[in-house]
Design a protein around this ligand. Structure first.
Ligand code: MG
Length: 166
């Protein structure tokens, strides 16, 4: 089988918005009256990015690696999931070329946070911030996003070979 030296991965996630929980997006805590419900810290964006990275190298999905039935991941910092995934990717000889993400949230307004979220993800992945792009969309007041019932995140990653193949 030929190896093109590039791999693409896609990630998607959704968490419910509830009172009494922090809102953490891409490792950045955001001031808001609602937060995301979940077994871990429910960082919907880091979950989507982790799934994209795992998917690019054929390593399944975040639920296989960190089951939400496992008490050790209760309120876990999702950065741990991302760091595990990128470590597995690098062990297999791949490096990130670029990462593009979209957060779907009616509120809060995320434009003031987009750069700090991209910077935090780049820091976690040990890549340059120019390799990470974060976009934010509303739900146009319709559907679960528009009614502020949930926040979604999408991510797509391109990996390139960092070590020559034999
Ligand atoms: Mg999730």
């Amino acid at each position: 089988m030929s190896d093109s030296g590039i791999r693409v991965g896609l990630g998607h996630d959704r968490h419910r918005l509830v009172p009494g929980r922090p809102l953490i997006l891409g490792g950045v805590t955001i001031e808001f009256e609602l937060g995301l419900d979940g077994h871990s810290d429910a960082d919907v964006l880091l979950h989507a990015v982790t799934d994209a990275i795992l998917g690019a190298v054929g390593l399944g999905d975040i639920g296989e690696w960190f089951p939400n039935t496992d008490p050790q991941w209760s309120n876990a910092n999702s950065a741990h999931f991302l760091l595990t995934a990128i470590d597995e990717v690098r062990k297999r000889g791949w490096e990130i070329s670029n990462l593009d993400c979209t957060i779907h949230a009616e509120r809060p307004k995320l434009s003031p946070y987009k750069h700090s979220i991209a910077a935090r993800i780049a820091e976690l992945l040990r890549i340059d911030v120019s390799q990470v792009n974060v976009k934010a969309k509303t739900g146009e007041k319709v559907g679960p996003i528009g009614r502020q019932e949930a926040i979604d995140a999408d991510a797509v990653v391109l990996l390139v070979r960092s070590t020559p193949t034999s």
